[in-house]
Design a binder for this molecule. Structure first.
Ligand code: OGA
Ligand code: ZN
Ligand code: ZN
Length: 354
């Protein structure tokens, strides 16, 4: 490994010819010495107390890189750690585990309930799909009420809401939500009126003898790629409001349809409130919003999933939007859903992957 150092940065050429640049302040901030790091791994040196720090020297031997700073501090970092934390443009691009998909995704990420509940390796695979593809399907589970909560508890924590720990989806008289009718539902983000919006949703089928009522899933991040720069700009610039209200709840929040960093999509035509946009923007905004919505429901991008009793799907609610076709009010269709969050899922996935 070859080092070149100047006051501002250390450049490393690795044995495989890969090049990394580490800035002085970044190195000083990440010093692993006992003065700078607590044994818990938390940083003792407070980044804001670091001045205009520069490098005064660097040396490599036996897999370690020793650097000295012009404030007198000296650090020793392992070469392996440095290589793993390289932040060159190529590494940053390669980092994401996300795999975008469209209707050509034929092998839907599916495992059975006995597999996922019976083996850590199967659970790890199932959770990894949610991370990569934004959804996963579980087949052949129990049809007992409450199963959806037990599945969420395999990896994380249920997000309780005004709907309870879980909610029933079936058609009822005087529904408070179009989900509780036999109407079809276009691709949507669930509960965009919450702050923050739940990042995971699970839906479990208890019975489905009614004709229709198939689910559709779409990778909205893939669809975002179809937008023109002008459409993207409009949908990412202007926040819109979403609202839900009933006898004892009044939820409203404001968020753009597309958030850019981290990427997230909030699209729900049922709960969107009247847009308040500058008059010259309104027509252009509608055109972009409608085109995005039509693409989300386009058969080029979505996949269909027929849930049989005992089946369940989980979606990353800010990426993979779900919908359903309409169903006959004669016959029985009963789903239960619950919300959870990605942090718990990713933690479980990381622990299972150790
Ligand atoms: C919902 C929903 C879909 C369905 O309740 O959020 O989208 O298949 N339901 O009934
Ligand atoms: Zn230190
Ligand atoms: Zn929904």
């Amino acid at each position: 490994m070859e080092l070149t150092v100047d006051n501002a940065a250390l450049e490393v050429v690795w044995p495989d010819a890969h090049r990394s640049t580490f800035h002085a302040v970044w190195l000083r901030d990440n010093c692993p010495c006992p003065e700078c790091r607590h044994p818990s791994g938390q940083r003792l040196v407070d980044t804001r107390t670091l001045g205009d720090v520069g490098l005064s020297g660097a040396r490599a031997d036996f897999g370690r890189v020793a650097v000295t700073f012009d404030d007198g501090h000296a650090s020793e970092l392992s070469a392996e750690w440095l290589r793993a934390h390289c932040y060159c443009a190529d590494e940053l691009r390669a980092e994401s585990t996300r795999r975008l998909w469209d209707a050509s995704l034929v092998d839907l990420p599916t495992l059975s309930y006995p597999e996922v509940t019976g083996s850590d390796e199967a659970l790890r695979r199932w959770l990894a799909w949610v991370d990569e593809l934004g959804f996963a399907i579980l087949t052949g589970g129990p049809t007992e009420p409450g199963t959806v909560v037990r599945v969420a508890q395999l990896f994380g924590y249920v997000r309780e809401t005004n709907y309870g720990r879980l909610f029933d989806v079936r058609s009822v008289v005087n529904p408070s939500n179009l989900a509780f009718t036999g109407l079809g539902l276009g691709a949507h983000t669930d509960n965009p009126y919450r702050d923050p919006t739940p990042t995971l949703q699970l839906l479990h089928c208890l019975s489905s003898s009614a004709a229709g009522g198939e689910n559709t899933l779409v990778d909205s991040f893939r669809v975002v790629q179809e937008l023109t720069p002008a459409e993207l700009e409009l949908l990412a610039t202007y926040p819109i409001r979403f609202r839900y209200s009933d006898g004892n709840t009044d939820l409203e929040t404001e968020v753009p349809v597309i958030s850019r960093a981290p990427l997230a999509v909030h699209y729900n035509t049922r709960s969107a409130q009247p847009f308040r946009l500058p008059p010259d923007v309104m027509p252009k905004y509608y055109a972009a919003y409608q085109r995005f919505g039509r693409l989300l429901d386009d058969d080029r991008f979505r996949v269909r999933v027929k849930l049989d009793p005992g089946d369940l799907f989980i979606v990353d609610n800010l990426r993979v939007l779900h919908g359903r076709t309409g169903y006959a009010e004669t016959g029985e269709r009963h789903l239960q859903g619950c919300y959870a969050d990605r942090d718990g899922l990713r933690s479980k996935l990381a622990v299972l992957s150790r």
